[in-house]
Ligand binder design. Structure first.
Ligand code: N01
Length: 869
């Protein structure tokens, strides 16, 4: 029995062994190769080298190593990296705990004993408390899924399993299948030897010149000046490499500035240069880079047909792993090199003598498969791992991996994965991510030892929450759209799930730290000291909402309620001035209409399609105290574009200058005027809905009640976004979300105090939820946000409308805060809710309008709706 069995003796396994030993744990590493090195042991093809600068792609845990090992090049070759890992193994005497040429076949959790039984390829059994898969993300070669491979009588090589003695291609006719990093790196060197080289390309990949050479001076300076500080800064970057971020998007700068950045990127020979943050988010932004790179390919490759075939057009830059190369595109200008575009002429089979495509039969002496890996999950599910109650990990992950933090999976106690799915892994500098996992896992073991705990396992709640969070983050980006090994799409039959965590090394590290500081949130422990569990979900906000809150936090602004009214209005205006403008609409017209006590401004947004359009009267938010057409402008634009309705955002008098019921009187007067002037406004008569956000939604709800009681105007629907429906602060959402989510309990109190006297707050024109009669109102969509003090009063209003027989839908926006749905083009996770709102408006406005009660039964009622108070 050993404390820990480690699978793999690559970058991760070696550090883990060292660290475990230092902490006094017994450990054995099982390695299928006959030496250390992992990926750098196997991938010996010509041209194999790293493409993150080697000073970054190296260990930071041994300070002496940092000075005693000098990298000869910016991007070290495979032999040099392998020498480095061997040196580390020798220096720290790690080999004595590694069993080479030993493959792990099976691992079974022994519940009563609380340990794992590991069965190896030589038939041995090892029992251990902890079992750690340090088996690498790119270690299981993808099976050759081309018909007839076994028939070929010539030589066959796989870049991922290259012969140790090397291959001499001199005088040979060579085929290379695959143009990922391995193909792109090896093709120029194979072309240098071969008599003929034919490259079979299914999908062109983006590649930039590596410009290899000595480590750049600036980099070396930064690194040598203070190595510890340099490494520390890498740990808190998005990609695990110290790069100064650019805070503007590609579409926010001039074309000149954008192209200058792309040119610098091309010249840098750096895989991860400073780049625009919207490249991973926006199709339009990314396309500018794609086109720049296509231009480079066209300028290098002389034959225009070949150049065009080499231009990636089916994915956005970065969504398939981009490459760095040394003369890749130039290789296609050589007379003995040709490209076969498999999209145009697919391989039909491999024959005894060569390769047959739909267009030709070609003869070869040698075929090289550079066809990639069953990435990220492949090596983990390759072992028959059985957890509690015989649960097979491969079965549990049949529809895609499920785990917590990418580190542990429920049902598999004491099993850890290093750089597993759901962690930054392949989207980061692997050296940094490996060290973080090794340290987190071993710290966790120490935590358990110190507390007399022997078994750890994530809870189902925590795991579900993490899987959701990983997917939420991925879905914000362009990554999941590509057919790539990031999504498992390269392996036939593998479930298509975006596998890595896209939130970045820094965010991920913070989250892992928070899990620990909250008592290992989401993990259950057992052992002689008893059972303990702090259950919960670590990331509940939508990722972009979380980032927005962090950014607002960094501004260090005073709470709005601590300001005077003018100060609060100025703060609101300054927010409006810096956010994205929202989509373009057909026309924007500013005008005035008669309110209850004087003219009111309005802003009309017409869709680009030919009118007349149905009309939506919109009331802005701002606690009846601040805001206006400007503050809610992007949302109104978005609504107009998505719903194809004309949106008319009307002003109303603000408190405290004009207190309750001035805003209500204005809102109702505006709706009445718009209803009778629809055609003048370019709208369609008889198709009118109301909408509002926050205090504006309060007014929209009240207007519907007033219109019903007054016998008109006829309204087709009401869209209430995060509405204020009562002044009751005792609901749970007020306690849960009192602080931290922009709209605070204190701010809401401040708004109410400015708007209405305490006695007036029970008037249903201030608190529509308190109306005694909620029947015969227009169909409604009530939208609430999970982290909003107003959430429960919105829910209560939807329930009350339904109880009164209304046609009402409630949309609960998971992970959103009160203000986030308004942040068009900033909070992308709100887009589906905004689409849902637009769809609801479309349904309202294309159905027959609801007749106000008075019109239907001839008993028009005027005055305020009846109060339940
Ligand atoms: O594998 P890949 P790789 N018929 O999956 C094609 C890392 N790495 O070994 O895209 C025809 O990227 C496949 O086509 P398609 C790095 O993270 C790093 O090159 O599926 N073609 C693709 O072109 C990298 O991303 C370095 O349409 C077939 C190619 O084979 C990762 O490892 C160096 C096919 C596979 O490309 C994997 O790279 C090397 C078929 N049946 C690798 N099946 C560094 O520089 C597959 N293909 C550090």
């Amino acid at each position: 029995m050993v404390d820990t069995v480690v699978v793999g003796a690559g970058f991760a396994g070696l550090y883990l062994l060292h660290r475990l030993r230092g902490m006094g744990y017994s450990a054995v590493a099982l390695e299928s190769a006959d030496d250390v090195g992992g990926t750098w042991y196997w991938n010996r093809y010509p041209g194999a080298r790293c493409d993150i600068m080697t000073v970054d792609y190296s260990y930071s845990w041994d300070p002496d190593l940092e000075t005693e090992w000098q990298w000869s090049e910016k991007y070290a070759t495979q032999p040099e990296i392998l020498r480095y890992l061997r040196h580390v193994a020798d220096k720290h005497d790690l080999r004595r705990d590694i069993r080479f040429s030993t493959r792990v076949e099976r691992a079974t959790w022994d519940q009563p004993a609380g340990c794992w039984t590991i069965v190896t390829s030589d038939g041995n059994e090892i029992r251990c408390r902890y079992f750690v898969m340090a088996s690498g993300c790119l270690s299981v070669p993808k099976a050759a899924d081309v018909d007839g491979v076994d028939r070929f009588r010539g030589e066959v090589y796989y870049t991922s399993r290259w012969p140790h003695q090397g291959v001499d291609f001199t005088g040979r006719r060579v085929a290379v299948i695959g143009t990922g990093s391995s193909g792109v790196q090896s093709i120029p060197l194979i072309a240098g030897q071969a008599a003929e080289l034919t490259v079979f390309q299914r999908t062109p990949n983006f590649s930039r010149p590596a410009k290899n050479g000595p480590v750049p001076e600036a980099k070396l300076d930064a690194y040598q000046r203070d190595r510890a500080a340099y490494r520390a800064s890498a740990r808190w970057t998005r990609l695990g490499v110290p790069v100064a971020p650019i805070d503007k998007g590609a579409l926010q700068v001039s074309e000149q500035e954008r192209l200058a950045n792309y040119e610098a990127m091309w010249e840098s020979g750096d895989l991860l240069p400073p780049s625009f943050p919207d490249l991973v988010l926006s199709e339009a932004a990314n396309e500018t880079l794609c086109e720049f790179l296509r231009g480079k390919i066209r300028s290098i490759v002389k034959d225009p047909v070949t150049a065009e075939a080499l231009c990636p057009k089916d994915h956005y830059y970065g969504t398939k792993r981009p490459c760095l190369d040394s003369g890749y595109y130039e290789t296609f200008n050589l007379p003995h090199v040709r490209l076969v575009d498999l999209r145009a002429t697919p391989i039909t089979s491999i024959t005894e003598d060569g390769i047959e495509t739909s267009a030709a039969t070609m003869t070869f002496d040698t075929i090289v498969f550079a066809t990639g890996f069953d990435a990220i999950t492949g090596a983990v599910v390759a072992v028959d791992i059985r957890g509690r109650d015989g649960l097979a990990l491969a079965e549990k992950w049949a529809e895609g991996p499920r785990n917590y933090l990418g580190i542990m999976s429920a049902g598999f106690p004491n099993l850890f994965t290093i750089t597993g799915p759901g962690s930054p892994s392949v989207l980061s500098n692997m050296a940094v991510s490996i060290e973080q996992h090794v340290e987190w896992i071993t710290d966790c073991m120490r935590h358990m030892r110190e507390r007399d705990l022997t078994v750890i396992e994530p809870t189902a709640t925590a795991e579900d929450g993490w899987v959701q969070h990983v997917n939420d983050f991925g879905d914000l980006t362009l990554y999941p759209r590509a057919i790539s090994w990031y999504t498992g799409a390269n392996v036939p039959g593998k479930p298509r799930v975006f596998l890595p965590y896209v939130g970045g090394v820094d965010t991920y590290r913070r989250v892992c730290g928070e899990v620990v500081s909250r008592g290992y949130l989401g993990f259950s422990f057992d052992g002689p000291a008893g059972r303990r569990c702090e259950d919960g979900v670590i990331c509940r906000l939508q990722p972009d909402v979380q980032l927005m809150l962090a950014m607002i936090g960094r501004l260090g602004l005073p709470p709005m309620e601590s300001l005077d009214v003018e100060g609060a209005r100025a703060m609101s205006r300054s927010f409006a001035a810096v956010r994205p403008p929202g989509p373009a609409v057909g026309a924007v017209v500013d005008g005035v209409l008669p309110g209850a006590a004087g003219d009111l401004g309005y802003r009309l947004y017409r869709p680009a399609s030919p009118g007349p359009h149905p009309l939506v009267v919109y009331f802005h938010g701002g606690g009846w105290v601040l805001g206006g057409a400007d503050s809610d402008d992007p949302f109104c634009r978005d609504l107009a574009v998505r719903s194809n309705a004309a949106v008319i955002s009307v002003d109303y008098r603000h408190a405290p200058e004009a207190r309750f019921p001035a805003a209500v009187d204005d809102a109702f007067a505006a709706v009445q005027w718009i209803a009778s002037h629809a055609e003048v406004l370019g709208g369609r008569s008889g198709r009118l809905a109301v909408c509002g956000w926050s205090a504006g939604a309060n007014l929209a709800a009240v207007v519907c009640q007033l219109a019903r009681d007054a016998g008109g105007p006829m309204l087709s629907g009401q869209l209430l976004v995060a509405p204020v429906t009562s002044a009751d602060f005792t609901r749970r959402s007020y306690a849960d979300n009192a602080e931290g989510y922009v709209l605070t309990r204190a701010l809401m109190q401040w708004f109410w105090d400015h708007y209405a006297d305490t006695a007036e707050r029970n008037d249903p024109r201030a608190a529509p939820l308190l109306s005694r009669d909620l029947s015969r109102l227009p169909p409604a969509l009530v939208v609430t946000c999970e982290f909003d003090p107003l959430r429960d009063e919105g829910v209560a209003y939807a329930e009350a409308l339904r109880a009164a027989g209304g046609d009402v839908r409630h949309l609960d926006c998971r992970g959103q805060i009160h203000t986030s749905l308004m942040a068009v083009d900033a909070i992308m996770s709100g887009a589906s809710a905004r689409q849902e709102m637009a769809r609801a408006l479309g349904t309202f406005l294309h159905a027959a309008p609801v007749m106000a009660a008075g019109c239907q039964d001839g008993r028009a009622r005027t005055g305020p709706p009846s109060s339940a108070a």
